[in-house]
Each structure stands twice: as C-alpha cells, then as structure tokens.
Design a protein around this ligand. Structure first.
Ligand code: PEP
Length: 250
C-alpha cells in the first residue's frame, strides 16, 4: 500500500504571519484525517522553520521548493541540503516547471540534486511534465522518459522507492485546466513503468503524484486513480479549507 502524499506548493506566497495563520487554521481541520493521506507544506525558505515548528508532532511535513547540490561555498542566493535540514525540512521539491522555465533549472543539475537530497534524508519531490505543444505533438511519453532518465541518472534502482515523482503537465499548472483522470493516470502509469524497468520493487513502492489545477471539486476523482498516489497542489493550497478538503479526498 502506498500512502498518498498531498503537498502544498505555496510558491512565492505568504509572509511568516500568513504562514502561521494558515497552519493554525489547517492543523485542527486535519485531525480527523489521521491515518489517511500524508500532508506536507512547501513554504518559501523564510517560513520553513516556522512551518516546521508549528507542524511538529502533527504528521504534516515541511518541504523546501528548491536546493543546491553543493554542500557550501560561493553560490550566492543558494541553499544546501544541510541548511534545509537545519530549518526543519523533511523534503524538497526539485525541478518544478517554473524553476525550469524562469530560472534555468537543468536536468544535469537535477541529476546532482537528487542523490544529495536522498543522502541527507530529505524526500525529493521530482517534478516532470510536458508542455501543451509537446502533448499535441504526441510527445508526452518521450518528454517524461527524457526528464526522468536524466534527473534519476545518479540514483540507484532500489533508492528510487524513496523519491516522490510529481507528474505536472505544464498546460495544467495554474490554468484551471486539469488533466482528465484518464490522462493523468496514463502518464503516472507510464512513469511507474519507467521506474519498473530499473527496479520492479521500487516501482511498487514509489509514490507518483499528479499536479495541475487540483481543487477540492476534482481531487477525489484524480486521487481515486490506480497509479496516482497524491497531489502537488499550487493555487488551492493557499487556502486552509481547500487544502484540508483535498487531503480529506485522498
Ligand atoms: C504547482 O505549482 O505545482 C501546481 C500544480 O499549481 P496549481 O495547482 O495552481 O496548478
């Protein structure tokens, strides 16, 4: 049995005061959901220690939105795995399409980040997904294979079970255009088959999320699919009621 992971990607939203108000509203709403899905919040770095502290003992994790692969050094503006652990993080989102599109994140850098996160004990949430044009040209599987082969090149087969993969079609992120449950499940199933080609046991255990305009109204159908083990939620994760409803749907 794979325990679904519902992760809130806040992107560049919420001050520490807003983060505190969110956690204080969310945690009592999740009480009844204990034993079901696992939840995590991915705040901006500055709110990470606060969110980790407020969520301590609740089972809700705190994850960063990016990380550098070097341990330390002259990398202005960057943050290392050790710094994330020190801030209370339990995981880290890697390769979000916004980082690839606006900040030059490369598959090569991701292939270095993944083993560093795993070695530090951080759960990496690796984002992959095709653009609208790539889907229209029938290139979705090819894009997913290329991104996963590259990003996971330095991860041992058995260790793949400790990675979370988020299938996020770029055309569905922040657009209100959700992939159909069938499209999402097909892509997640394809990703699982790629993992199985490297390690059958890891493919059974690895969690594959869907992300792209997940809302309380569509969460149950998406999360009910056989190969979808959770969601990476952007816009709807900014509201504690909506996020709690998505966790409850899982
Ligand atoms: C995301 O940022 O990962 C995301 C899926 O955003 P949204 O839910 O707003 O589409």
């Amino acid at each position: 049995m794979r325990r679904p992971l519902i992760a809130a990607n806040w992107k560049m939203n919420k001050t520490t005061a807003e983060a505190r108000a969110f956690c204080e509203a969310l945690l009592p709403r999740l009480d009844g959901a204990a034993g079901g899905a696992e939840a995590a919040i991915c705040p901006p770095y500055l709110a990470l220690p606060l969110v980790a502290g407020l969520c301590e003992g609740s089972g809700v994790g705190a994850c960063a939105q990016n990380m550098h692969y070097e341990e330390s050094g002259a990398y202005t503006g960057e943050v290392s795995a050790a710094m994330l652990l020190d801030a209370g993080a339990s995981g880290v989102v890697l390769g979000h399409s916004e980082r690839r599109q606006y900040f030059g994140e490369t598959d090569e850098a991701l292939s270095r980040k993944l083993p560093v996160a795993l070695a530090a004990g951080l759960v990496p949430i690796l984002c992959v997904g095709e653009s609208e044009g790539e889907r229209e040209r029938g290139e979705t599987d090819q894009v997913l294979r290329r991104q996963l082969d590259a990003a996971l090149a330095r991860v041992d087969g058995a260790a793949l079970a400790d990675v979370v993969i988020a299938y996020e079609p770029i055309w569905a992120i922040g657009t209100g255009r959700t992939a159909t449950a069938e499209q999402a499940n097909d892509a997640c199933g394809f990703i699982r088959a790629l993992v199985a080609a490297r390690d059958g046991g890891a493919a059974e255990r690895i969690r594959i999320q869907y992300g792209g305009s997940v809302k309380p109204g569509n969460a149950a159908e998406l999360l009910g699919q056989s190969d979808i083990d959770g969601a990476l939620v952007g816009g709807a994760s900014l509201d504690p009621d909506d996020f709690a409803a998505i966790v409850a749907a899982a």
